[in-house]
Design a protein around this ligand. Structure first.
Ligand code: TYD
Length: 215
């Protein structure tokens, strides 16, 4: 392989990203493809601290605009120190979320503004974008059902996502935002029906990954 490839996964909380990233990771290993698995926020030591601020200190009452900058600070550090070096070394970078989340969550669903968040994301990512983005699409009613199951079976979750308890209306706005982004970037963002079995979702994802790395 002469160049790296950057693949990101997006979806509402509970759409099955973690499972799909693990399945892709296994496939990459089986095919001897050099890769890293990373995430936003939290792909660097600074990012771990930013996660703590965002998700574990509700008393800070972080405003949507301040939150926007925290996600972008995480991203700037992540691109400079993790993503770009790995791509330069010819690796496949698999990221649990990237800037489409900022555009959908902060820019559109939280009302900070799509254009502003796109411009900030462009700066933080130094003009780079994923080669391929999977939006795992699931009806918000099914997402909350799955999230409840996760909470019941594990007894407790390590940390409550900032938006897990958000209303179904917020989840619908988010889904619409992601679908709007997918329509704006149809070559980069692939919408995958996440209501299928995990294996069917995996196969749909693999078809795109294979055509990317053989392109
Ligand atoms: P996380 O615990 O990583 O869960 P998930 O499995 O849903 O990714 O939580 C990340 C949360 O942060 C998730 O609710 C989406 C949100 N987020 C933003 O609001 N803006 C962003 O730019 C990013 C990267 C994530």
């Amino acid at each position: 392989m002469t160049r790296g490839y950057f693949i990101s996964f997006e979806g509402l909380d509970g759409a099955g990203k973690t499972t799909q990233i693990s399945l892709l990771e296994r496939w990459l290993q089986e095919h001897g493809i050099d890769y890293i698995r990373t995430r936003e926020p939290g792909g660097t030591a600074l990012g771990v601290e930013i996660r703590r601020l965002l998700f574990q200190q509700p008393e800070l009452a972080i405003t949507p605009l301040a939150e926007t900058f925290l996600f972008q600070a995480d991203r700037a550090q992540h691109f400079e120190t993790v993503v770009l070096p790995a791509l330069a070394a010819g690796k496949v970078v698999v990221s649990d979320r990237c800037f489409d989340s900022s555009i959908a969550y902060q820019g559109i669903a939280q009302g900070v503004g799509r254009d502003l968040v796109e411009r900030l994301s462009h700066l933080a990512a130094q003009g780079h974008a994923p080669d391929l983005t999977f939006f795992l699409d699931l009806d918000p009613a099914l997402v909350s059902a799955r999230t409840d199951v996760t909470q019941d079976s594990s007894g407790q979750r390590e940390q409550q996502s900032r938006f897990d308890s958000a209303s179904e209306d917020f989840q619908r706005r988010l889904r619409d935002a992601f679908l709007f982004l997918a329509a704006s970037y149809p070559l980069r963002i692939q919408v995958i029906d996440a209501a299928q079995t995990p294996e069917a979702v995996h196969q749909a994802i693999l078809a795109h990954v294979i055509s990317l790395i053989h392109s």
